[in-house]
Design a protein around this ligand. Structure first.
Ligand code: NAD
Length: 471
């Protein structure tokens, strides 16, 4: 099956569905051969991945540009995150993989020398999405390799050029008996989900996550889900308005707003609404002095479907467009567009925009803003409160989220050593830094009973008569 699109000479070729069980079986057999258990092997693979990324960096830049209009700066950060992770994880591997002693063991039990061994889960499936098509596949893969698993990764068919380059990179850098790429869309992913896994790691939307969770339940397979959400930002009159506007504009123009943790809407205290809007417009001119149309610093909607979805959101809103609004379907271009709403009941609030829509809603009391955030999405992926320290504490307490950046756009998601994940329906589980290693490891509790302890232990054997009284 050919997926129509690839524009880089090499066509994205979906993996033959009939071959998928065999591929999974081969990789499973490799896991049982113990090949991936040695730390030196894992480090070698991470080192090879590092050099593979370096070798393919230019192709990845070109592919990301073609797939999602992403410029050199934004794609380079994706590649750098992966190379940095290869180094960081390799350096930390001995420490993380070490057996863990158990504290607070009563003296009488310490003779059993209890420990937690860090064992790989086995064979893992990583399914990625299109908006950060490199990191969302390779950062989980780095965690899986580090923890000693074998893995199959399935790139998003919606970023076909990156998918092709990632496959080439993995093939040329990593041990093919351990780590494989399966390409394709729904039929291929469905076939992958029909196989038995030891862990499924999925990044994408809620609907597919539900399919995955149901499928995983059939075989009691553990999973990590990295999903989306309608993330709120709240700006009170006590915030630094200029900083809030600049930082939130960054959060909405990066990758043309196709960022799972960017704010979906910003509630601004009425008192500073005008100033906030003026600062947003000022920051727009500063960030993009020649506009967003002809610059490498601003991306495109990934495809026609996503373009049409965001355009429909703009068509349906009752809000007023107060900045931007320009678009060009032939180029999948949507200008950063600010919309002022007078009601949180507007249709713009009912879906994640996943595009460059800067939705503003005024509020008059912080309690009502917190209430609106909770009514809009009880467990968003990110939260961005701006205000005085006491207001920020009140907001952090009042609004749940997977992560939060105080006085900033989504910076918490850029700290590579910080666990990243959602809560409730914005995701389950976390990764990045040590959390990536833990995400793909089993903490196996092991005791070792010495022969000499038999005398002491014989107390546990029947007959029990009279023994309780001696305790
Ligand atoms: P997508 O269309 O690329 O799909 C994601 C993956 O699911 C792809 O690999 C695709 O092949 C697979 N898929 C699609 N339909 C399927 C089906 N019926 N059965 C099995 N697999 C299927 O991307 P998407 O789902 O539109 O992703 C966008 C969402 O991802 C947004 O909601 C965004 O917030 C979220 N996201 C979350 C994170 C995070 O880290 N939490 C990061 C990026 C994006």
């Amino acid at each position: 099956v050919d997926i129509e699109i690839a524009k880089m000479g090499e066509k994205l070729q979906a993996t033959d569905v009939g071959s998928i069980p065999g591929i999974v079986n081969d990789v499973r057999n490799t896991f049982h051969s113990q090949k991936t258990k040695a730390l030196e092997f894992r480090k070698t693979q991470l080192r090879k991945l590092y050099w593979g990324l370096k070798d393919h960096a230019d192709d990845l830049l070109a592919a990301c540009k073609k797939d999602i209009g992403k410029g050199t700066f934004e794609t380079s950060t994706e590649v750098d995150w992966c190379t940095n992770d290869c180094i960081f994880v390799s350096n930390k591997l001995e420490e993380w993989a070490k057996d863990e002693s158990i504290p607070d063991i009563p003296f009488t039990q310490s003779m059993l020398r209890p420990k937690c061994r860090k064992e790989p889960l086995g064979i893992v499936l990583v399914i990625g999405t299109y908006n950060f098509p490199i990191i969302l596949l390779l950062l989980p893969l780095i965690g899986a390799i580090a923890a000693g698993n074998t893995a199959i990764i399935k790139p998003s068919e919606n970023a076909p050029n990156v998918a092709v380059v990632v496959e080439r990179l993995v093939k040329s850098s990593l041990d093919q008996s351990c780590y494989r790429v399966v390409q394709g869309a729904i039929p291929e992913t469905t076939s992958l989900l029909d196989q038995k896994w030891d862990k499924i790691f999925y990044t994408g939307g809620v609907n597919v996550a539900t399919i995955i969770a149901k499928k995983a339940a059939e075989t009691l397979t553990p999973y990590t889900l990295e999903l989306g959400g309608r993330n709120p930002a709240i700006v009170t009159k006590n915030a630094n308005i200029r900083l809030a506007a600049r930082r939130l504009l960054w959060g909405k123009t990066h990758n043309a707003g196709q960022v799972c943790i960017s704010q979906n809407y910003t509630m601004v205290e009425q008192h500073v609404l005008e100033a906030f809007i003026a600062e947003m417009k000022g920051a727009m001119k500063e960030f993009f002095p020649n506009g967003t149309r002809d610059t490498d610093d601003y991306g495109r909607m990934v495809n026609q479907r996503q373009f049409a979805r965001v355009r429909a959101m703009l068509d349906n809103t009752k809000g007023e467009i107060i900045m931007g609004g320009g678009m060009d379907e032939s180029d999948l271009y949507i200008e950063p567009t600010m919309i002022l709403l007078d009601s949180a009941k507007d249709s713009l609030m009912s879906d994640e925009s996943f595009g460059p829509l800067i939705t503003i809603i005024p509020f008059t009391s912080l309690d009502s803003a917190i209430e609106t955030a909770n009514a809009t999405h009880d467990t968003p992926l990110g939260f961005y409160p701006f205000g005085s320290s006491s207001e920020i504490e009140k907001m952090l307490q009042g609004v749940r989220s997977g992560g939060a950046s105080v006085n900033d756009g989504f910076i918490h998601g850029s700290l590579q050593t910080l666990p990243f994940g959602g809560v409730g329906d914005s995701g389950q589980g976390a990764y990045r830094g040590k959390a990536s290693f833990d995400c793909f490891s089993h903490r196996r509790t092991v005791t070792k009973t010495p022969g000499w302890a038999e005398g002491l232990l014989s107390f546990r054997y029947p007959p029990y008569e009279g023994k309780l009284a001696q305790m």
